[in-house]
Every structure is written in C-alpha cells, then in structure tokens.
Write a protein that binds this ligand. Structure first.
Ligand code: NDP
Length: 258
C-alpha cells in the first residue's frame, strides 16, 4: 500500500482541465484539485451538474474555476481548438489534463454489439482524449511541469466477455498513454500516465453492476491521493506508467501515521 499526503498548496497557480467533471470520480477530482490550489476547467455534458461543482469550488476555495458544457460525442478539431483558445485567454497556461469522461455503452457480446454504440463509445472514450490532447499539447509544453492522466479500467488491461467497446476503448487508452509518454519523454516537461480507479461507488458502476450493493465500494474521494500525486509536482519524472487506485490510501499531513 502506497501512502501519499499532499500539501494543501500542491497545485497552487496551476490550471487543470478535468473532463466529466460534473459527476462521479471527475467531480471528486475537480474538487480535490481546486482544494489544493488549482484553477480547474470543468468540462462535462450536463450544465447544471457543472454549475453545482463550480458553486462548490467558488464557495470553498479562492481558485478561479470555469465551466465548459460540451458533449464529447460531438467534439471535433474545431471545438478542441476553441477550447485551447479559451483556456489560453482565461488562464494563459495549462498544467494538466485529467481525461476522465467515459461512456459505458451496452454490455453485449461482440456479435450483437450495435455499431452506432461502438462508434459512440470509441468517440467519447478514445477519440475525444486524442483530439483534446493534441489541441492542448502546445499549452502543456509551455508548462514547466505538466501532467496528463488517462483513465483506464481493469477491462482495459485484461479483456472480458460482454464489455465490448468500453474494454477496447480502455485498451486504446493505455496505448495512447504509452505512445504519448514515449513522445514526451525526451523534452521531459509533460508526463503521461494511466490510472485505473477500480470499482468505485458511482452512477457508471451502478449501471454496470445493478445487483451490487454500492455500500461495499469505496467512494471516489478515497482515490484522491493518487489523483493528486499524479497531477502535482511530486510525480515529476514519473511517466508511461499504469497506476491502480487500490494500492493507494488517504493520509493527511497533520496525522502522517493515521
Ligand atoms: P460516471 O458515469 O459517474 O461519470 C462520468 C462523467 O463523465 C459524468 O460527469 C458524465 O457527464 C461525463 N460524460 C459522460 N459522457 C460524456 C460526454 N459524451 N461528454 C462529456 N462528458 C461526458 O463515471 P465514473 O465517475 O464512474 O467514471 C469515471 C472514469 O473512471 C471513467 O473513465 C470510467 O471508465 C472510469 N472507471 C470507473 C470505475 C467505477 O467503478 N466507477 C471503474 C474503472 C474505471 P453527465 O453526468 O453529464 O452524464
């Protein structure tokens, strides 16, 4: 078990984009990043959920969040470029991306998997991460210390029956992580890693396992030490690696032996 206790100013002055920031793990990460000093760009599908996260951050911290209501289903080169221009205009920098938004899609055998759902899952879970990363790399490359986190899954490391496009997309996510990490390694400014949160009490998990008791699962907040470690300067030099939230635990600086 790895223990990490982030300082409260871990991400001070930094600007971080979180996709799927309105709910579940993305919401928890956006709040954690803001609580540790980051100006967070909150991208998600449902405006009302983003506004609620925005209000929470504005009430609790002195950071400057922004909301970007956007359906990644429709993200193209132009909208990715527009996002870069907006971040450049509003913050003048970008120090990290948490690619977190994903679609579960149907749980069917490949033989019966609808092609439209296949394309939708690949678009949201893989193509959007590629398009956003490509558009935002010029900004990340200007940062002295930037981090890209791609969200994986157990089925992105070992395929399982009936997980269809979701599993295949997570394998592609791992591939994107390795290719990008290798490309960025030489300059040493942008580190790229993948993170598997593992079974977590969220709407997606409930949809995937409807008969499971959610009370048996960890809440998203319990994974935040790893999300903070990978986004902040303590992970400088760590790149091209696959992380699992299960191996991490919460410890506060005030009580390091707790
Ligand atoms: P949730 O479904 O709870 O939240 C996903 C978020 O992504 C929501 O805010 C959702 O927006 C947003 N989103 C979905 N589709 C789009 C889209 N087309 N455009 C923009 N935003 C979108 O998922 P989790 O928090 O459970 O999952 C977060 C990540 O962790 C995912 O990548 C998932 O694959 C991964 N993961 C989760 C596990 C778990 O047990 N929960 C296990 C392993 C991996 P809205 O709320 O508006 O619909």
């Amino acid at each position: 078990m790895t223990v990490y206790s982030p300082p409260s100013d871990l991400l001070a002055e930094r600007c971080v984009l979180v996709t799927g920031a309105g709910d579940g793990i993305g919401r928890a990460a956006a709040l954690a990043y803001a609580r540790h000093g980051a100006n967070v760009v909150l991208l998600g599908r449902t405006r009302a959920k983003l506004e609620a996260v925005f209000d929470h951050i504005a009430k609790e911290t002195k950071t400057r969040p922004t909301i970007v209501p956007a359906d990644l289903q429709h993200l193209g080169e132009d909208s990715a470029s527009a996002l870069r221009e907006g971040i450049e205009r509003d913050y003048g920098r970008l120090d990290g991306i948490l690619h977190n938004a994903s679609l579960l899609g149907p749980r069917n055998p490949v033989e019966h998997y609808p092609a439209t759902d296949w394309h939708a899952v690949m678009q949201v879970n893989v193509n959007a991460a590629f398009l956003l990363t490509r558009a935002l790399l010029p900004l990340l490359n200007q940062s002295q210390d930037a981090s890209v986190i791609l969200t994986s899954s157990g089925v992105g490391r070992r395929g399982r029956a009936y997980w269809g496009a979701y599993a295949v997309a997570k394998f592609a996510t791992e591939g994107l992580m390795e290719v990008l990490a290798d490309e960025c390694a030489h300059a040493g400014r942008v580190r790229v890693n993948s993170l598997n949160p593992g079974g977590t009490r969220t709407a997606m998990r409930a949809a995937a396992y409807p008969t499971e008791d959610p009370a048996t699962l960890p809440i998203a907040e319990s994974h935040m030490p790893l999300y903070l470690y990978l986004m902040g300067p303590d992970s400088k030099g760590v790149t091209g690696q696959r992380f699992d939230a299960k191996a991490w635990q919460v410890v506060t600086r005030a009580c390091p032996s707790a």
